[in-house]
Design a protein around this ligand. Structure first.
Ligand SMILES: O=C(O)C(=O)C[C@@H](O)[C@H](O)[C@H](O)COP(=O)(O)O
Ligand SMILES: [Zn+2]
Length: 360
């Protein structure tokens, strides 16, 4: 087991382990709830709800609510349904919400927790690579709105993140691989030694060796927490966590979510590295390093025939636009990112064409 304290200012523990046996003790350390509502989805609920409930025991009422699994549930309708479920069991501020599942569950349950009765405590039990290494910490919660991803939400931290890495065993391979893109991102923007580790340990990580996964998750979470610690509300430094996302989000939308988030982020990271190379920020060999790392983890499948004009339109309407400018995260070295808001349409087009040519 490993333990990390996220956020020095308002700390919450991140427990990394390989079963659920310490769950109750970990909750007791941070809360003393009168009742618990476990929010999950139909897929994860089927796999882990019974075990988690058993671990929680019978001392207090434990309710559950499962919504239909998938990004299509990430909208305000699901939020209202959960408010209704909470009201039906008279949940008040002395209650606790548990998010049991991947990124969509964490984002939805966290948003409910941030807004129900102006905020009640919640904890995260992330069950996917994305959730364990990225979305369960940092406090971003919310839902999609109309066509816009994560358009409505809040910053609201959990009281605890309890990660059982064995839950990854039931994750489809495509999702496992896709989620790893966020881990690679943390290495590329923040930690060259982690980049080296990821190359060295790739076989063990892909085989889901417990020790390697726990070590990887620990380092990944630490990198993210260090960034969030400095800039929780994404006014400056935190923007680097969006490396690969400006183009990645556009691709996600353009593929009608047929491509997974991490798959798009991987293409986006190579495109951003290409722009960085074009500007002379990094050497050609560093661009190849980014590609090799993604390929080592089976990312960068052949790139589809996406319409460049539509992609550009999505990018130009990026929700992170400020004062009319889109922020881009570029690389200055492996393990070092910078924020630029002067990337031109031509640079983006060339980067898309580069990935189209390289990923065949
Ligand atoms: O935590 C952050 O900050 C991130 O940007 C992490 C991203 O990997 C994650 O996809 C996040 O949900 C993106 O948020 P958004 O604000 O760009 O929608
Ligand atoms: Zn992401």
């Amino acid at each position: 087991m490993r333990r990390l304290e996220a956020m020095e200012a308002r700390p919450y523990p991140i427990i990394l382990t390989s079963d659920f046996s310490r769950l109750k003790a970990a909750i007791n350390e941070v809360a003393c709830p009168s009742a618990i509502m476990i929010i999950t989805d139909t897929h994860v609920g089927h796999l882990y709800l019974a075990t988690v409930k058993e671990e929680l025991g019978e001392g207090i009422p434990v309710y559950d609510y499962a919504f239909k699994a998938g990004e299509t549930s990430k909208h305000l309708g699901t939020i209202t349904e959960i408010y209704n479920a909470l009201l039906a069991v008279h949940m008040d501020r002395s209650g606790l919400i548990i998010a049991l599942g991947g990124g969509v569950v964490g984002d939805i349950a966290g948003f409910v927790a941030s807004s129900y009765m102006r905020g009640i405590p919640f904890i995260q039990i992330p069950t996917t690579i994305v959730a364990q290494n990225d979305s369960s910490m940092g406090g971003k919660v919310g839902v999609d709105y109309l066509d816009h991803k994560n358009m409505v939400g809040a910053f609201y931290n959990p009281k605890l993140v309890y990660t059982n890495i064995r839950t990854l065993g039931t994750l489809p391979e495509r999702e496992f691989i896709s989620g790893l893109a966020e881990v690679l991102k943390h290495a590329l923007i923040k930690n060259k030694a982690f980049y080296d580790y990821l190359l060295k340990e790739k076989d063990k990580i892909l085989q889901q060796d417990d020790r390697s996964l726990i070590e990887m998750t620990y380092t990944s979470c630490k990198a993210k927490c260090e960034v969030v610690e400095e800039d929780a509300k994404e006014l400056g430094l935190r923007k680097i966590l969006n490396f690969g996302h400006t183009i990645g989000h556009a691709l996600e939308t353009e593929s009608h979510f047929n491509l997974l988030h991490g798959e798009c982020v991987a293409y986006g990271m190579v495109m951003s590295a290409y722009i960085s190379y074009g500007r002379g920020y990094i050497e050609a060999s560093h661009l190849k390093d980014v590609e090799s790392l993604c390929r080592a983890y089976k990312l960068l499948a052949p790139f589809g025939e996406y319409d460049i004009h539509s992609l550009l339109q999505h990018i130009l309407y990026d929700k992170k636009k400020a004062y009319g400018k889109v922020s881009f995260i570029l690389l200055q070295a492996i393990g070092q990112a910078c924020i630029k808001n002067d990337v031109t349409q031509e640079e983006i087009e060339e980067a898309i064409l580069y990935v189209r040519k390289t990923c065949q």
